[in-house]
Design a protein around this ligand. Sequence first.
Ligand code: FAD
Length: 427
Amino acid sequence: MNKRSVTIWLVRDTCRVEDNPSLNLALETAGQSGTACFALACLEPRRWEHYQFGLARTGSAWRSFRANALIQLRTELLQHDISLWIGAGDPSALVGQIREQFTISAIITDLPLATEETEENRRLQNLGVKVLTTQSDELFEATNIHSALERLPCSFTQFRKTIEKDGSIVPALPVKFSGLGSPVAQIWLDPPELHEARNIDKHRYAQPGWQQYLESGALSTYKKTRNALEGANMSSRLSAWLAHGCLSVRRAWHDTLEYEENYGANESTYWLRFELLWREFFRWYSRHIGSALFTKTSKNDVCKVNPSESVLFESWCSGNTGVDIIDAAMRELTQTGWLSNRGRQLVASHLIYEYGLDWRLGAAWFESQLVDFDVASNWGNWAYIAGVGADPRGGRIFDLESQAERYDPKKTYRDRWLGLSPKKSEH
Ligand code: FAD
């Protein structure tokens, strides 16, 4: 019996239908080859089961968010008659199973962000499958910013200025979903017996607060508030939505431009785009330096520390260092999966410069806790603070006492997370 031919959209960190070049390319490719198209999301053991430095690769906050993002994606795709198969396993293992029942015409996925995705794609190619990659989650097309990419590994400022100097470089408009009206019928296919994840349908998916943030007018004061340690609408809270790809970064960028047309532009409205450029920078930086993103060391780094044997590391993770601003922030992180940018900087500075521990332990702990974990932003920021990344100043040391005084003058943040005052919900 002839096997049916299929084109697969391999879902990586872009869990959305709108403004999704990978999905559009998959549908186009399916159209051209006359094959059916479906989406495949893999719960890769590297992320869902493995450990680094004895720490889980992902924590409950990230897993829960991703599970909900996939459920939402499945619902949205179904509205377009596209099925999403979710399986627990490495992409090559799952694709191997799929090949027992189908001929795979091509696999379409995002341009790899770091080494693990590159390796996974290589394993797929080794199966003899055609793998096409496309940029899905950046502001700019590589061809439009080649002058900035040529300068890598440069500092963020050099990267940003090269882009901003050329006024003609603007992020592409979000692209429309191309599936509707496509000549290819998206045939519903029953998935083969993939090892389907069981923990995938527990949580309710919350709507992004992004629209609400824009409507609140808080963007007009963003630059003044974004470093706050607590409080509603102090920063955009876009990070988890961007990290899981539920919202397109190009959409967010263009929304700020629209906001400016309606409410006026100022330094704050620009500043959110400035921050999105940091994200962009780390993505290209990660691709440029490859595995060095995880291995660059400073003179203090030995990484022989077994986290469970290190009293210092353990006290930092659990928020029991005795430094109240650090303990409050670390407790917020473990209890919520999120921490303000300033909070992240302070605890990173403490681990590296007060405790003299290897920055990679801190990055691994963040990876296991953050709801918005993003490989390029997390490891890039940690390396930057440790002075082994893209920071021309050679690391960032924060004076914790003066920072606490400046950002928590009435100790409300510290009292709240140290259990000295009742916790209030911020969302
Ligand atoms: P906002 O201040 O509203 O910023 C808007 C968006 O801009 C963010 O959502 C994010 O996408 C981007 N952005 C802002 N600052 C940075 C930055 N320094 N680097 C890269 N992108 C930035 N961000 C992540 O998304 N995932 C991570 O794993 C992550 N790890 C970090 C680790 C350390 C040690 C530090 C210092 C920063 C890290 N950041 C990370 C960056 C930043 O702290 C968060 O993006 C931000 O605090 C999230 O809150 P927000 O969405 O309200 O940010």
